[in-house]
Design a protein around this ligand. Sequence first.
Ligand SMILES: [Zn+2]
Length: 242
Amino acid sequence: MVKGSIFWRLLITVLLLILIGGFSLQQKTEYGGSAAAEELQPAVSVVSAYFSSGALPTAGKIALTFDDGPSAVYTPKLLEGLKERGVKATFFITGKNAERFPELVKQMHEEGHLIGNHTYSHLQLTKSNRDKFQEELVRTGEIISGITGEEVVYVRPPYGSWDKSFEKELNLLPVLWTIDPLDWCTQNASEVVKKVISRAKENAVILLHDEYASSVAAALQIVDELQKKGYEFVTVEEILFD
Ligand SMILES: [Zn+2]
């Protein structure tokens, strides 16, 4: 679709340029060179209006994901900043925090963000705790859907430990990440921003945590910089199924 629209845009531009060329030649033969520049103006503004119509070719889709929240202090600031920028993100929340801050979960959902399961207590799956892990996933899914009214389909297993058989058993899709700036081990937002920007590319999934001031500040700066470069921020669902 995007490629198609770029093609038409280029074709229209070429046609407009041919028209302008023809027009300016005609002016030159009739009135001499000086009149042509003035007459060219309208045609030039048509071209620039076409390009500034907001549909510039994009650098692609990219997803911000936030784990371990919501946090009473930082999540509201993040949600406000995302809303101002028209950005949809994905939150992988723990059942424990969802129970503590249901209003924030509700707000995330109402503002168009995607909410995924991150177990109840941030449990890491090991060889010996499969049943407990499964129980936590089920419990967390129920807590979240009790708040949002929507079934939870996506899971980010803490530390990335996963067992494929849960996918069918629990009807859950695991979502990992492609860019991890290790935001939890620094308080320096610009360091996090730099790491993410240097690795940004189409369909990347960025991992951050909305429980630190620096991570929230970094997230909003990342949005500002990458939007300028033409990236569109979407939920992971749009990256996985497009
Ligand atoms: Zn986590």
